[in-house]
Design a protein around this ligand. Sequence first.
Ligand SMILES: Cc1ncc(COP(=O)(O)O)c(C=O)c1O
Length: 447
Amino acid sequence: MSLTETIPALDLTSIRAQFPALAQTVNGHPAAFLDGPGGTQVPQSVIDAISGYLRESNANTAGAYATSRRTDAMIAAARAAMADFFHCAADEVIFGPNMTALTFAMSRAIGRELQQDDEILVTLLDHDANVSPWLAMAEEKGVTVRWAEIHDRDCTLDMTDLASKINTKTKLVAVGYASNAVGTINPVKEIVRLAHTVGALVYIDAVHYAPHGLIDVAALDCDFLVCSTYKFFGPHMGVLFGKREHLQRLRPYKVRANTNAIPNCWEWGTLNHELIAGITACVGYIADLGRRTLSEKGLPHPSAFFAEGEHSGNQPQSCSRRATIESAYCVIHEHERALLERAMAGLQKIPGLKIYGITDPARFDERCGTIALRIVSGKPGHTPLQLATKLGERGIFTWDGNYYALNLTEHLDVEKSGGFLRIGLVHYNTMEEVDRLVTALEEIVRA
Ligand SMILES: Cc1ncc(COP(=O)(O)O)c(C=O)c1O
């Protein structure tokens, strides 16, 4: 069955009703949350799961009493949920405070295996959290850092350059799945293939991709992939997938009392239990979105959309939850695509406005709905911060600056003049919000 022929529309009214924060107003205007790349809002089910844990199960792990046992079971359930989300086994899922902390920890452990004259490859497009940890490790170990360049015209990775910098000395490639600044989606599967031809590990930062696209670590065959649940409708936590063979082989920095068994040997100290409870609910929200959308339309079970063998590799914990997550991302993708087309068309008509990244709708599969822009001509007084402030007064939440994609803003020479204004579209945003943004920006620029 062709997926595109049958994808139903999102029921935005029922979706938005699940997110209490979306009902806020600012100066009499409904709040338009176009700040998803900085962190998304959460559905009531996530709020309930967090407070429910604190009410009923609050304890440390591995104790011989009821609340501690409930805590152990709750963490196991969250691991299983994230295993379905990533499409891996549960013992390949590591929880941590955020993506940055997990990456610093993993970079140190990987660094133990590297030697002087080894090489690692990072990119100009990445968030600094997938750059600085590797630079720090490289400095300590005497490892050479190579940088993959970008095409300035559309802010995509220069794949020829990237491929030319992978050689027999390359031990690790650190790359983002999608840019949190300009929205480019990188060809990570191809990058994994290139890296594996020389035996290099691939560490994928999927923080920005996770709210927009389905993650399938089995299909990607990546070695590590990390994301942050607060970017996809969950709590402020980081989650890492690591291939079992690497998690077992590498030596974490850890306390002696923590055993060497994976995944726990990679988790330091007491975790943020209440937020882990929220992660199960967050994955549940996405799965429910897929389940409800399809069943409301009387469509068959989601697995009917995928060819046999398409999801070979590690077995997920629960095929049906995985299948509903896949369905959810189909409808999310369609809705975000429509929002992106509307936003691009409207923004491009504003005089003096320049968009950084892919603007050709024929290439929108190579990007998500995260738009970086600047006012490059016309009246002064339109720095990214000034624009974000004026939009904020009208209840439209956007971001300004570099969002830690520092190498990119420096490379494009916008860092010293305030970076970009960033519009971030996620599935709970509406066409009306996009129209409001375009009208407001137009008025601000003309004033
Ligand atoms: C693409 C990307 N990578 C990494 C990070 C860092 O994530 P965390 O805040 O979980 O450390 C962010 C945060 O904005 C991001 O957008």
